[in-house]
Every structure is written in C-alpha cells, then in structure tokens.
Design a protein around this ligand. Structure first.
Ligand SMILES: CC/C=C\C=C\CC(=O)SCCNC(=O)CCNC(=O)[C@H](O)C(C)(C)COP(=O)(O)OP(=O)(O)OC[C@H]1O[C@@H](n2cnc3c(N)ncnc32)[C@H](O)[C@@H]1OP(=O)(O)O
Length: 284
C-alpha cells in the first residue's frame, strides 16, 4: 500500500491510508523488533500532532511492522549508551543531573502522550512481543485489540526501574482490578491475550495479526463514517471524565455541547434515520 503523501518524511513510521479518512501508522523498525530509539519517540509526537490536525484523517490505527513484535520497548542497547543514563546525566551535582534527567523523562512522556492527545480516535492493534513501552503506548490509545499470539509485560521492574512513561498512571484507570494491575506491574510477568481480554485491557482478540488488523480496519471504517464532531467530542469528554468528578464532567459536557450541537452534523444525523439516508459529514 502506498504511503500517504504528506507523511513520507518520517523515518521510523510507515503511514498509509487503507480506506478514505483512516490512517494506518506502523512502527517501522522490524529488524530490531520495533525497539524505540529517542528519535522514534520524538517523531511519534510530531506524527500524532500532524494526524490530530489533519482534516483528511478521522481515525488512526497504530500497529507494529513485522511478524514478531508490536514493540519490545525501549532500545536498551542505545539507552544504556546514551549520555543521560551512561554517566547518570553528566551534570556537576545531584540537582543538575536530576534536572537534566527530569527534563528528559518529561519530554519522553510528552511524546508518548501525543497519542492520547490526538483528537482522532486511535485503535491500537497489538501482536507478538508487546512489552515495556508497548504498554505505555497502548494505554494512550482509545481502543486496544490484539492477536492471540500477543505476549504482554510491564517489563520495567526487570530492567531495574519503575515505569515512568504512563503505564502506572493510565493502566489503573483502564483495568478496574488494582490487585491485577499491581501484580503485573510489580512482578513484570508476562500475560497473554486471553488474560488481557479477561481483565478488559483489550476488547477483542483475533487469531492472527492479519485478522486483528482487518478487525481494526472494520472498526475504523465504521467510526470514520460517523460525524467527526460527535466522535471527537465523545473522545474528549470520556478522557475528561476519567480525570474529573461527575459534576465537573457534566459541566464541561454542557459547555462543550453548547458549541458542538450547533454543527450541521446534529441535524443531518438526527434526521437520517427517519429519511433512511446515509448521512455525509463535512471535514473537521
Ligand atoms: C527513561 C526510560 C524510559 C522508558 C522505559 C521503557 C521501558 C521498557 O520499554 S522496558 C522493556 C525494555 N525491553 C527489553 O528489555 C527487551 C530487550 N530484548 C530482549 O530481551 C530480546 O530481544 C527479546 C525481546 C526477548 C527477543 O529475543 P529474541 O527472540 O532472541 O530476538 P533478538 O535476537 O534478541 O532480537 C532481534 C534483534 O532486535 C534487537 N532488539 C530487540 N529488542 C530490543 C530492545 N528492546 N532494545 C535493543 N535491541 C533490541 C536485538 O538486539 C536483535 O538485534 P540484532 O542486531 O539482530 O542482534
């Protein structure tokens, strides 16, 4: 499939459009099992900011290139050689070293959070090895589906650190059993697709990567046919509800919809059922 013309400059991501209004982003470093270099998370932020603002894109599918892995997480070889971690930041005293490291972690978090901040729904399709950063990243997606061969792990404890790019913040808000969350985060043990489905981390499991991608595409096509004002509003309001009280969210919703309900989409969609017509919506 041909790359989308305005997305050809990314070195580590292949962006195609399998169907109109849907962008498929593939993490594209399969020879290294899609392990993340710093340049990759910096590109990730730029890419998702571009997708967020692109009126030709209504839904994003995120997957990993190759047969073996969505991603094996941080490129541990590169990270262990990088100046920040190699000599613990290289600054002259603890405060300066710590400040450099904090800025580095802040920026890394920002880059991965760009997936969550993308105004368009993001469907993450996982397969194979999906560890470490794979969990941080997929927690930022709106919908997670996977192939039955997926092996997940919140691997950070096994590389000597507490996860710091978002898993510990987001996973407890996705999966309701705090005991299970602590189990997988503290032990760093593997878990499979069936367990991920049982606890609600993923919402679908398919026989193969190809079948999971096909299901992701079907889901994306359905979403892309709906009002982008309604879809993007729903994403925004659900994310807001996760981090706020019911009263705060009701207030935010009424303010949000006082603008959104003035879109032509509302009239068009509301009457389409009665008229038995397929509604079409303007770009947003
Ligand atoms: C500030 C910190 C912020 C963020 C922290 C994020 C945390 C994480 O992401 S924690 C998880 C980190 N990842 C790992 O610890 C995995 C390390 N890799 C492995 O243990 C193994 O590669 C494997 C995933 C178990 C797969 O093993 P195997 O099936 O034997 O394949 P390999 O031959 O090892 O891999 C093929 C090829 O890819 C390279 N590679 C794979 N994963 C990584 C990785 N994460 N980092 C660097 N390189 C990786 C591997 O070296 C091989 O390369 P060759 O050039 O072919 O040798």
């Amino acid at each position: 499939m041909a790359q989308l013309a305005s997305y050809t400059d990314y070195k580590y991501y292949l962006v195609t459009s399998p169907t109109p209004l849907v962008a498929h982003v593939e993490i594209n470093r399969p020879a290294k099992l899609n392990a993340f270099l710093e340049a990759m998370w910096l590109e990730l932020r730029q890419l998702f900011q571009q997708l967020s603002a692109d009126p030709e894109v209504r839904v994003v599918i995120l997957s990993g290139a190759g047969d073996r892995a969505f991603t094996t997480g941080l490129d541990v070889q590169a990270a262990s050689q990088g100046p920040l971690l190699k000599d613990a930041a290289g600054g002259v005293d603890v405060a300066r070293k710590a400040t450099q490291l904090r800025r580095h972690i802040d920026e890394f978090q920002e880059c991965v959070s760009a997936v969550e901040r993308c105004e368009k729904p993001v469907i993450c399709v996982l397969h194979g090895i999906s560890i470490g950063l794979a969990i941080d990243l997929s927690c930022c997606a709106d919908i997670r589906i996977c192939a039955k061969d997926t092996r997940f792990a919140v691997k950070e404890v096994d590389i000597g650190m507490a996860a710091d790019i978002g898993t510990l913040a987001r996973l407890p808000k996705i999966v309701s059993s705090f005991s299970w969350v602590k189990d997988v985060c503290i032990t760093a043990r593997d878990f499979g697709a069936a367990e991920a489905l049982a606890v609600g981390f993923v919402s679908q499991v398919h026989d193969s990567k190809a079948a999971a991608l096909e299901a992701g595409l079907k889901l994306a096509e359905g979403i892309a046919s709906k009002s982008p004002v309604a879809v993007q509003g729903t994403k925004e309001l659900l994310n807001h509800s996760r981090d706020h009280t019911v009263a705060e969210n009701l207030r935010y919703t009424s303010v949000w919809n006082s603008a959104a309900l003035q879109a032509a989409d509302f009239q068009v969609a509301m009457l389409s059922g009665m008229k038995k017509t397929k509604p079409r919506f303007e770009k947003l």
